[in-house]
Design a protein around this ligand. Structure first.
Ligand code: EPZ
Length: 422
């Protein structure tokens, strides 16, 4: 397993943001809705994308890479084409669960492994199932798989709000299935994330009849079939926010290019409250960090609230602020695996349920720390860039799932970081 060796660094220069993992994955699943060729440009080269490619190949697709483009079409010789997404792949990446809706819509049957839980908390799929059942699918759990069958999907009025608000991938699953359902579907309390808006636009390019993508109310009129389409994946707002947190922690000035600033409003507000000076331009921003960070209170919410996927990174950053900060995690109340590791570096964070109280410290100290999930790993890298001494982050395969060559991008910014393979 690889590890990162990190020393205190100051950052400078420009970082280029990759295409969004969380935008790309549902689009790849959407290609199951058509037999025609689809092209997806600006894909990030990440483990999760590779896993989704493998799942699509099991499900009868031929996937070809052309640099930053995926070309996806049906395999000519469709021998035994499966409609089952296997556990060995699904357990490594929950997002594969969003193949369920397209498989039901296109193949009228589906068998997708129940995704396991993960360190950020229980990952239920009840809203996915509620929505797909409302469209007429018969779904039941058989030996660790959700197995679904349907004669005809029929449009329905579906309320998709759950105990933690909207659900991104449940919205994606139901939206994709509804495009081929008979009649009209209304999804109420739909997720508004930019990644859902982007999925809706891609489905419309395929011929779907959709209104309101990116808002809490999405109206879909079912069509007979969908064709192939092409798209360029939107920038990764979570990667952009991660580099903002890194720059603030390292008290540095950097330029971040290849972003969609309209997706970053909640993050920009927090960066400014922490004392960051941001110059926003079309497609890029320049962040000048203060010598002393202000403490802030952050509560995570579904979009357009502050993203839960940036909570760990900003928690790490606030360990260096002058004062006390409060983090309230409203999306995944258990998403605090990074806290124990940060405290081993000398941070003073007290966690109670969905709350974490951070007493800012003058300094943190390098240590050997263990990555536990994608965003917690990024938090440990950020802490290592600002801490005195050497930090070793182990199990960096977690980080490779969601960040494209993060150590290369950080090195280009002047960071003292190297990858050691074991
Ligand atoms: C997506 O996961 C993202 N993953 C996650 O990013 C992100 O943290 C999450 O949305 C929230 O923004 C991808 O897009 C691939 P949810 P998803 O359904 O769709 C509860 C990362 O780091 N819920 O929006 O699985 C759930 O427990 C990953 O890139 C139900 O109760 O998340 C959570 O509390 C981690 N029932 C809340 O809703 C359900 O059926 C939001 O989850 C589904 C979810």
């Amino acid at each position: 397993m690889d590890r990162f060796i990190i020393h205190k660094s100051s950052l400078h220069g420009t970082v280029e943001i990759s295409g969004s993992k969380n935008a790309c994955l549902p689009i790849m699943a959407a290609t199951l809705l058509t037999d025609e060729e689809c092209k997806i440009h600006n894909i990030p080269h990440l483990m999760d994308i590779i896993t989704m490619v493998k799942i699509l190949e099991v499900l009868g697709k031929q996937v070809r890479y052309e640099r930053d483009t995926l070309i996806i079409k049906n395999r000519s010789k469709l021998n035994k084409v499966s409609f089952a997404a296997p556990y060995r792949l699904v357990r490594t990446m929950r997002a594969s669960f969003c193949c369920l809706g397209p498989l039901l819509a296109r193949k009228k049957k589906a068998r997708v492994a129940l995704p396991g839980g993960c360190v950020i908390g229980l990952r239920p799929v009840d809203l996915h199932i509620k929505g797909l059942k409302a469209l007429g699918a018969d779904l039941a759990v058989e030996k660790g798989y959700w197995v679904g069958r349907v004669k005809h999907l029929r449009g329905s009025h579906i309320y998709l709000g759950g105990p933690f608000g909207s659900s991104v991938l449940a919205t994606a699953n139901v939206l994709m299935a509804a495009t081929l359902a008979e009649g009209q579907t209304l999804i109420e309390y739909a997720a508004c994330e930019p990644e859902i808006e982007f999925l809706g636009k891609f489905l419309k390019k395929m011929g779907a009849d959709i209104e309101g993508e990116g808002t809490p109310l999405i109206k879909i009129k079912g069509v007979k079939s969908l064709g192939g389409a092409e798209c360029k994946v939107i920038p990764d707002r979570i990667e952009a926010g991660t580099f903002m947190a890194a720059s603030l922690a390292a008290k540095s000035t950097i330029e971040i290019k290849g972003i969609d600033t309209s997706h970053l409003t909640p993050v920009v507000e927090v960066v400014k409250m922490m004392g960051g000076e941001l110059k926003m331009q079309k497609g890029s921003c320049r962040l000048k960090s203060p010598s002393t960070l202000n403490p802030v209170n952050i509560t995570t919410f579904p979009y357009p609230g502050f993203p839960t996927d940036l909570q760990a990174q900003f928690t790490a950053c606030l360990c260096f602020a002058k004062g006390t900060s409060l983090i309230t995690e409203k999306v995944y109340p258990d998403r605090f695996m990074h806290v124990a590791e940060l405290n081993r570096m000398g941070a003073s964070i007290q966690r109670s349920g969905p709350y974490a109280i951070i007493e800012g410290e003058e300094m943190l100290y390098g240590a050997e720390v263990m990555a536990s999930d994608l965003r917690a790993s990024a938090a440990l890298v950020i802490a290592g860039l600002a801490a005195e001494g050497k930090t070793e982050v182990t199990r960096v395969y977690h980080i490779d799932r969601g960040y494209e060559r993060i150590e290369e991008k950080l090195k280009k910014l002047g960071a003292k970081i190297k990858r050691e393979s074991q």
